[in-house]
Design a protein around this ligand. Sequence first.
Ligand code: PEP
Length: 269
Amino acid sequence: MTHESTPDTSMPVRSRSRLIVGNWKMYKTIDQALSFLDKIIPLAKDVDCKVWLSVPFTAIKPCADKAKDSKVVIGAQNMNDAAEGAFTGEVAASMLHDAGASFVIVGHSERRKIFSETNAFINRKVKRALASKLTPLLCIGETFEEHEGQHTKEVLKKQLVECLDGISKEEFDGKVVVAYEPVWAIGTGKAATPEIVEQVHLFCRSVFTEIFGKEAAEKVLLLYGGSVTPDNANGFLLQENVDGLLIGSCSLSSESFAKILKLRHNVIF
Ligand code: PEP
């Protein structure tokens, strides 16, 4: 069965929109980024999902200029929690916004692991991003050992509670996107199963209900990330509580990213 995006008015439409995000990590020069956009911008207008690209700092301004007036939204992969200051090599949220970024990834497991980022630091970034008109795309996820030890729920709850500490319902409601990215699935070729992801997303939604109430919890977009490919993407998209995907390696090729964008997103199967 294929799910190419041909309009089908007989199918019920999802209440939450679908969002597909590419995370380029430390790949692509400005020229490479712009030629990717040459291919994706025309395609994006005909797909039934939102399209976000998280690009290297150096490519934000040229990509945002090129994507202006298109459906493609440009964002950043990291930021500092301070408004400004003597932090050599760091980038402030206001600078990202000034360069044309609309969102920023915070709490990615590579930053947590390689750069020792804590939930408290990530919490300050979420607050700073919101105050700087950037949508935080908060990543959470358990390690292989935590997964094997069946500690996934407690780890995710702690990450959510601590990373969203002090954020009001009004600040959160519709303004924060969350990606469940099991660390063991990122860049390993071993994606989680769609069934596991659906269960985890339901659990996350119950945590949001506890913190922010049912209405806000129903609205938050919950993405899955971890070794998503054009071949396995549809399995996740068939899950009711998977509102989209965060894609690393397969977002580097416009061909494989395009295949995922062209899947049918906006209907309930
Ligand atoms: C990521 O880095 O957020 C990611 C999901 O990577 P990959 O798709 O390569 O596993």
